[in-house]
Ligand binder design. Sequence first.
Ligand code: NAP
Length: 230
Amino acid sequence: MTAASQTILIVGASRGLGLGLVAEHLARGFDVIATVRKPEDEAGLKALPGAERLTLHQIDVTSDADIARLVAQLSAPLDIAFINAGVSGPKSVVTTDADTLNQVMQANVFGPIRLAHALLGHVREQTGTLAFMSSIMGSIAENESGGMEVYRASKTAQNSLARSLWLTAARPFGITVLSIHPGWVRTDMGGSGADIDVATSVAGIADQLAANAGAQAHRFIDYTGREIAW
Ligand code: NAP
């Protein structure tokens, strides 16, 4: 199979890494299905080189209705479903109200995982991949500062549910699950002082998606392929 015939879905593509992943995969010849929350964010995507191979949908990952509508609109089998959407949230679990804490967990954990379960029937068996944008901050083993505790906990929980999803719903069909750390990247979330630019991160991520196709495992890796301790 050539890259030109492959299809990737990228959820959360309005800006930052999601937008970069769309540009990278269009440049690599993929058919790309991308989602945004706001219609006004579609213009930038439509202006990308290769956009004649781009299909757009609108979805908020925290909405069950949006998830059901998106899944009903998909027809092509997906070689890769990449759930990139996420928020950084408040710094402290102590000084933040419960509703705000819950919103972070809905956006980073329950929304992405429920969407992933809904998408699984569309992911190609044996060779397909379901990827989550995790973070090294989700690693308990590599947590040496304690900061960003709410965000950390959300990505740890996402990793845990991704493992359960793989064991119960993806592995029986040979579908690979990847929890990916993109590096510390200069985006609205990562800030201008981050280590690497979007182009470097998404090129590395695209290489890892290609390298892990058909692995039929659940791996926690960064954009260079480094295995991260859980
Ligand atoms: P960003 O520039 O803030 O972009 C976040 C993206 O997620 C936007 O497209 C946003 O859409 C979308 N999004 C947020 N909540 C959503 C929801 N409920 N439903 C649908 N889409 C939603 O951040 P980024 O740096 O590109 O981050 C992308 C992913 O990488 C996140 O999961 C983040 O946790 C992860 N990550 C980033 C870094 C880093 O250094 N940048 C490091 C580790 C992990 P709107 O435009 O509509 O808000």
